[in-house]
Structures are given as C-alpha cells and as structure tokens.
Write a protein that binds this ligand. Structure first.
Ligand SMILES: Cc1cc2nc3c(=O)[nH]c(=O)nc-3n(C[C@H](O)[C@H](O)[C@H](O)COP(=O)(O)O)c2cc1C
Length: 179
C-alpha cells in the first residue's frame, strides 16, 4: 500500500524551532505517510536575480515537492505580530513559477509562538497569503501553541493534552480530505 505524501513547511529555520516540533507532532498525528520537509532556506526574492539567473533550483525543487504532495502542513511562527520573512519569501518565490503548486492542495496551518496568543495574528496572515495561492484550506479550530518554550517536553512532544487532541483532530480532518 502506498502512503500519502505529507509536506511540512516551517516558517522558522532554526534547528530547535518549536514550529518544527509542532510539525513533527502533526506528521505523527496524520498517520502513515511519506513525510517530507520543504526547504525554505532560500535567497531573498529579488527580481534582478530572477531576471539574471532565473528561478533558483531550490525553489523549483520546493515547488515540485509541493505539487507532488497529497497534503501540506505549514508551521507559522509569529514575528512582530506577522508572518515570518522566511515563510513569506518562500511563498513569494513559488508564485513565480507557472502552475501555482499550492492550488487546491489540502493544507492546514499550525502555530507555536512565545507570546500569549500562540501566533494567532501570524497564522491569520499566513492563511490570507495561502488564499492568494488558492490552497484548499481545511477548516477547523486553530492550533495555536502559546508560551511555546514551555509547551514541549524534552522529546519535543506537546505537554498539553487538549492541544494534542486538537492537533490530532485537525490532522484527521486533513487526512479525510484525501479520500
Ligand atoms: C524577530 C522576532 C519577533 C518576534 N515576535 C513575536 C511576536 O510578535 N509574537 C510572539 O508570540 N512571539 C514573537 N517572537 C518570539 C517567537 O515566538 C519565538 O522566538 C518562537 O520560538 C519562534 O518560533 P520557532 O521556535 O519555531 O523558531 C519573536 C521572535 C523573533 C526572533
């Protein structure tokens, strides 16, 4: 039996990122899958670079991974009450290729942030950007992990059962979309 391909996109590049931890938990809750993490460590979008050298290979790889995925989960941290530059830059780059790779792609956004709102503003902005990409945003209660530095145990697992249950529900909802 072939498993669906689940693509994870983290708006934080750091190794110890809480959003990457949350994405790992999301992937586990999604169930058996071919899990891939897209690389958003891309050059800053610059129209001159694009004109001189074309779209970077890393961006083409990312777009192909998104296109081939059955479902996408985005981890959207919050920087200064907004979407991170890393995530926005990645979304801007992939929009420069024909075909809108996220179009109709079943997608869920989750967030972990240090503040009390768990990155709600950034998640809202991310959902808005993904609407422009015509992603198929699967509705559900927002997964917002507040006080992220205290929310995970040493193994990177969510400590709070309610949050884990909600994440599981959202991932079940995403999987159900695959038919
Ligand atoms: C430039 C910058 C801006 C930040 N702004 C916010 C913010 O607006 N709201 C918030 O809850 N946390 C904010 N934080 C703290 C992040 O939530 C925290 O660094 C978190 O760990 C980032 O996600 P990550 O662990 O996946 O890297 C900010 C952090 C940085 C570096």
């Amino acid at each position: 039996m072939t498993h669906p391909t689940l693509l994870l996109l983290s708006g934080s590049l750091r190794k110890g990122s809480y959003n990457r931890m949350l994405l790992a938990q999301a992937a586990e809750a999604f169930g058996p899958a071919n899990v891939i993490e897209g690389d958003l460590d891309l050059p800053l979008y610059n129209g001159d670079l694009e004109e001189a050298e074309g779209v970077p290979e890393k961006v083409k790889t990312l777009a192909a991974q998104i296109k081939d995925a059955d479902a996408v989960v985005v981890g959207s941290p919050e920087y200064n009450k907004g979407i991170t530059g890393v995530l926005k830059n990645g979304l801007d780059w992939i929009s420069r290729l024909p075909g809108w790779p996220l179009k109709d792609k079943p997608t869920v956004v989750v967030s972990a942030s240090a503040g009390r709102t768990g990155g709600e503003t950034a998640q809202f902005m991310t959902l808005s950007c993904l609407t422009q990409h015509q992603a198929r945003l699967i509705p559900g209660t927002a997964v917002l992990i507040a006080g992220a530095m205290n929310a995970f145990d040493d193994d990177g697992r969510l400590k709070d059962e309610t949050s884990q249950k909600l994440l599981t529900e959202r991932m079940e909802g995403l999987r159900a979309e695959l038919g």
